[in-house]
Design a protein around this ligand. Sequence first.
Ligand SMILES: Cc1ncc(COP(=O)(O)O)c(C=O)c1O
Length: 368
Amino acid sequence: MTIPTFLVERWIGKYEWTIPYDLAETGVFPLKVEELYAMDPALPERIAACQLDYGVNPGRTELRAAIAEMYPGKSAADVLITHGAIEANWLLMHALVNPGDRVVCTWPVYQQLWQIAAYLGADIRKWDFRHDADFINIRKLLEKPTKLLIINSPNNPTGVAFTREQLQTLVELGEKSGAWIICDEVYRGIAYDDNTVPPPLTALQGTRTITSMSLSKVFGLPGLRTGWIVAPPEVREACLRFRDYVSISPPKISDLLAEVAIRNRNKVLERNRRLLLRNHRLLTEWAATHRAFIKLETPQAGTTAFPKYLATVDSETLGRRLVEEKGVLIVPGFCFETENNFRIGYGCATEFLQAGLERIAEFLQAVL
Ligand SMILES: Cc1ncc(COP(=O)(O)O)c(C=O)c1O
């Protein structure tokens, strides 16, 4: 049995280590270990003294307690540490999906979120939320008994974020159809306009709500590979059963660094918010300047945008030619099963974003 190619990962993997202007990356410009050391003077010594045996299976209690503080009404016991959100999602799908189950997923979206369920034999229904502002289609999709409703908010690639009220409606609709509701919240934590960040899914009214999250995106710490699941006990236990076959336990050094990042989350998020706000402004101004061939729905949160472009090249050719002729890496729409779009990650250093955006505009103007 094989699984279809993870298009975004393969596309980025082909170019990312050699490209001058990488606008495909979706995290915020990453922190260095020394920046975390500066937040906790005792940390270097703790790292030096860390004995490199296996970590605690569900993650150290201190780390889980620090994470639980971000989830109203939750405690360390409600949290399971994973290797990034990618493992969190992998475990959740394996724990919850059986062949023939109906699974509804927001779309367009990070391929992993529906592909694993499809691989496990689920009947996948993609919900194009961009054309369903009144939630008419999602109501129809959830009229039939459903095993899992998968939400990604803020969304990769569009940067659309559901409001608290929309999330609550989705939970109610999902629960009525018998579904577990997973919200992949890796882009949650920083929002534009008035910086209103909707609550995590598990803070809403509901009994079948699950969050997957990590330090990779708005925290700017993907190298730690620290993620987590907040879920009811039966789901966490089912995940741990699979985890015993996959990765055993979280890495001990990451566990220590992650705890410091989370305890200092206001500082970390403020650093990243400043960068993202600057870059978000740059991106929207660029789109407005080039509206003759770029149409951008302004991202509400997160680190990614999904502009439409007007040109006669297909998205794969656009992506390849931008690499070869302009030294810029974006993610072509085909990696999200769409055309005439591309994804930009704008969490990088501002000067790189600016240079990359200028090169994209030059290219599109020339091929128009
Ligand atoms: C929506 C979404 N979920 C999960 C992941 C995986 O993140 P992590 O680095 O935490 O494994 C990504 C990475 O791009 C993502 O976009």
